[in-house]
Design a protein around this ligand. Structure first.
Ligand code: GLN
Length: 504
């Protein structure tokens, strides 16, 4: 890092871009300094499952050459970023945090990865996550847990915990996560960064390892809303390889970004402030933020999503049912690891499946496959799966009704602050309950964002969530930016500055 830019590691994409453009740093030097920084902090944070140094340095060199020739590609050219391990990367081992996929080298790039590479972004490596994106703490990774950069004894959230921790800790300017029920927004909230769950169908899922296909979406995790706009602009839009991806081109996300709070109608969701499990400090911080927006010219409108309390049950039936079907493909034949079954002439196929799946999947993934298989089984299908779909329809209707009254809904991202490592793993239900505010929006297929809203009394980040209607990403990011102006947004975590070779 040059002496003139000691804080660039924790800076924004636009700041890095300016430094690259005015020649005060090269992409090669920037990428090298990010790797040095990762080396200094990774033993404590463990945000990555693997790094891809040689390809990243090669890509950085190419970005520098393009710049020299006046052929720079766009805002992401030469910018180091990372990718959640749920998303496939050509030639780079991709495991989705699972032992069953260890050794799997994808022969292709996910559409989003292809688009980022085409935009000149430098891919540092793959971020840690809960196995197959099932979890809210990144403790269910087969490759060890990730720590929260603001307090290393606490979880970073999940399942995209490695992505959020990396971005918060200055290990790259952005990451891509996946969000099936909150896995981008909740870790973003826990790590004091911005996380966007786009509308279902806004971003191609081609190459996103399937967890629950009717809920999964890829989205960016960044330090600022503007950086999220750059990333989403690059990855979004139609893709013939994903039939659920809509044909509508991605609108310009930057032109309305600074339109401010004036005239916005912000819906305050009544049911979101009622649950017993809601931390009073989070509740008051979210209301404070809403009031700041009101002082800046927004109108606060009370709205109701009566079905919100039923979202957890509907989600955990829908998501597990889809997962039980999606994960049937890991049979020891087509991907990754196969259990050692001894002499193949004596072995039997069913035993091989059983042994591979018993050894390859972790306890949370097994729990979900069992739950999902049960919910889909004859005799229970109507009582569980079909009923969950009915509730899903009602949730969608409630959202549509609410959006008749307002432009964006405002609610907490998580009811609790980042919890201590090990605090919730013993009781899965406690882990599931922490998803109350994020999952309804996946069921309704609408878009949402978590924006940092300062720290609580213990110095832990608090996130505020905004939800907008289908395909309203320009509005979503405008609201998020207006909020960021009020709260001050991202602040580098002190424990990391202590660890860094740069010393912050
Ligand atoms: N925490 C939720 C779950 O465990 C959401 C996960 C996700 O969005 N991938 O299913």
């Amino acid at each position: 890092m040059t002496a003139s830019s000691p804080n660039l590691l924790f800076g924004t994409i636009d700041e890095a871009r300016t430094a690259l453009a005015d020649g005060s740093i090269t992409s090669t030097a920037l990428t090298q300094s990010v790797f040095d920084h990762i080396e200094a902090i990774e033993a404590d944070v463990h945000a990555f499952i693997r790094l891809d140094r040689s390809n990243a340095m090669e890509a950085a060199k190419e970005a520098d050459q393009r710049r020299e020739q006046g052929a720079t590609l766009g805002p992401l050219d030469g910018i180091p970023i990372s990718i959640k391990d749920q998303i496939v990367t050509k030639g780079l081992e991709t495991t989705a945090g699972s032992k069953i996929l260890s050794g799997y080298i994808p022969p292709y790039d996910a559409t989003v990865v292809q688009r980022l590479k085409k935009a000149g972004a430098i891919i540092l490596g793959k971020n840690n996550q809960d196995e197959f994106a099932m979890g809210s703490s990144t403790e269910y990774s087969a490759y060890g847990a990730t720590s929260n950069p603001y307090d290393l004894s606490r979880v970073p959230g999940g399942s995209s915990g490695g992505s959020a921790a990396a971005v918060a800790a200055g290990a790259g300017f952005a990451s891509l996560g996946t969000d099936t029920g909150g896995s981008i927004r909740q870790p973003a909230a826990f790590c004091g960064v911005v996380g966007v769950k786009p509308t279902y169908g806004r971003v191609s899922r081609f190459g996103s390892i399937a967890f629950a296909s009717s809920l999964d979406q890829i989205g960016p995790i960044t330090r600022t809303v503007r950086d999220a706009a750059h990333m989403l602009q690059a990855i979004g839009g139609p893709d013939p390889r994903d039939s659920t991806c809509r044909d509508t081109p991605m609108p310009d996300l930057l032109s309305s970004l600074e339109d401010g709070a004036k005239g916005l109608r912000i819906g305050i969701v009544k049911e979101a402030f009622e649950p017993d499990g809601l931390d009073p400090e989070i509740s008051s911080r979210v209301m404070e933020t809403a009031n700041q927006l009101a002082a800046a010219g927004a109108e606060l409108v009370p709205v109701s999503i009566p079905s919100l309390p039923h979202a957890i049950a509907a989600y955990y039936l829908t998501a597990t049912a889809e997962a039980s079907s999606n994960l049937a493909r890991y049979d020891g034949v087509r991907y990754g690891q196969r259990a050692d079954i001894g002499d193949v002439r004596k072995a039997n196929l069913v035993d091989m499946y059983n042994q591979t799946r018993s050894e390859g999947f972790g306890p949370e993934v097994k729990r979900r496959i069992l739950l999902g298989t049960y919910a889909l089984s004859a005799g229970y299908y109507d009582a569980f799966y079909v009923k969950a779909q009915r509730v899903r329809t009602l949730i969608g209707r409630d959202f549509q009704r609410a959006f008749q009254q307002c432009d964006a809904l405002c609610l907490p991202t998580s009811p609790v602050a980042p919890f201590a490592q090990g605090e919730r793993t013993a009781d899965p239900l406690q882990m599931y309950l922490a998803d109350i505010y994020t999952i309804a929006c996946n069921l309704a297929r609408v878009c949402a964002v978590s924006v940092p809203a300062g720290l609580d009394a213990s110095g832990l980040p608090v996130g505020v969530q905004f939800i907008c209607n289908h395909m309203q990403e320009p509005m979503l990011l405008r609201v998020a930016r207006a909020c960021e102006v009020q709260t001050g947004g991202y602040n580098p975590p002190t424990p990391i500055q202590g660890l860094s070779a740069e010393g912050g």
